[in-house]
Design a protein around this ligand. Structure first.
Ligand SMILES: CC(C)(COP(=O)(O)OP(=O)(O)OC[C@H]1O[C@@H](n2cnc3c(N)ncnc32)[C@H](O)[C@@H]1OP(=O)(O)O)[C@@H](O)C(=O)NCCC(=O)NCCS
Length: 173
């Protein structure tokens, strides 16, 4: 594992099991994302088919062929929300704090902009300082907080809503 072996690629069907394992590992930490374990195979397959069919931005981080992270920009199926991408991101613990998350997020945001999204929405746990800092650095703004909206094993956290508007810089200027 060193920086030169790390690649960021668009998700391809051969990454499916690795992606599921990676989400499962981050979920079992029970701190950062809404899952607490690996999503069921059928659910993952359906989600991925939908992501690919709708050409939604979806990237994986590979270390020597192993999936060690992901970033997906999904959507609701409501027509009034078709301009919004909903961000999910995660890296396995050994790959954190090395600048990979920033590279991954920049790649995904570029793809989101190219696809025509106008807004990116995300939910982040209030105690997840590292993720919040990263989002702020890339232009996301704090939009509100859902108090005690995350609970696992009697551990609670607030859930912060953040949003990025592409072109906001121009709108404000
Ligand atoms: C959140 C996550 C994707 C960030 O990726 P990362 O590779 O660890 O972050 P980076 O190394 O790219 O750091 C990004 C920035 O945050 C800052 N940062 C890193 N760790 C930090 C910490 N503990 N506290 C505050 N800021 C921190 C860095 O200074 C960096 O800024 P810089 O590029 O100006 O130096 C990754 O840590 C992760 O997968 N965490 C667990 C899952 C998770 O939290 N997912 C998000 C759910 S909303």
């Amino acid at each position: 594992m060193n920086g030169s072996e790390i690649t960021i690629l668009p998700f391809a069907p051969e990454h499916l099991e690795g992606f599921r394992r990676c989400v499962g590992a981050v979920a079992r930490e029970k701190r950062w994302i809404a899952f607490t374990d690996m999503p069921p195979p059928a659910e993952t397959k359906q989600y991925i088919e939908w992501m690919l069919a709708n050409r939604l931005p979806f990237f994986v981080v590979l270390d020597g062929g192993e999936v060690v992270g992901w970033c997906d920009l999904s959507q609701t199926n409501r027509p009034t929300q078709s301009h919004i991408g909903i961000l999910g991101i995660g890296l396995l613990p050994p790959y954190r704090d090395r600048g990979i998350g920033r590279r991954l997020l920049e790649t995904a945001l570029e793809a989101a902009r190219a696809r025509g999204f106008e807004r990116i929405t995300l939910h982040v746990h209030a105690n997840n300082e590292r993720a919040r800092k990263l989002y702020e650095k890339l232009g996301f703004r704090f939009e509100g907080v859902m108090r005690r909206a995350f609970k696992v094993d009697e551990y609670y956290d607030d859930v912060v809503v953040m949003g990025l508007l592409f072109g906001e810089e121009r709108a404000v200027a």
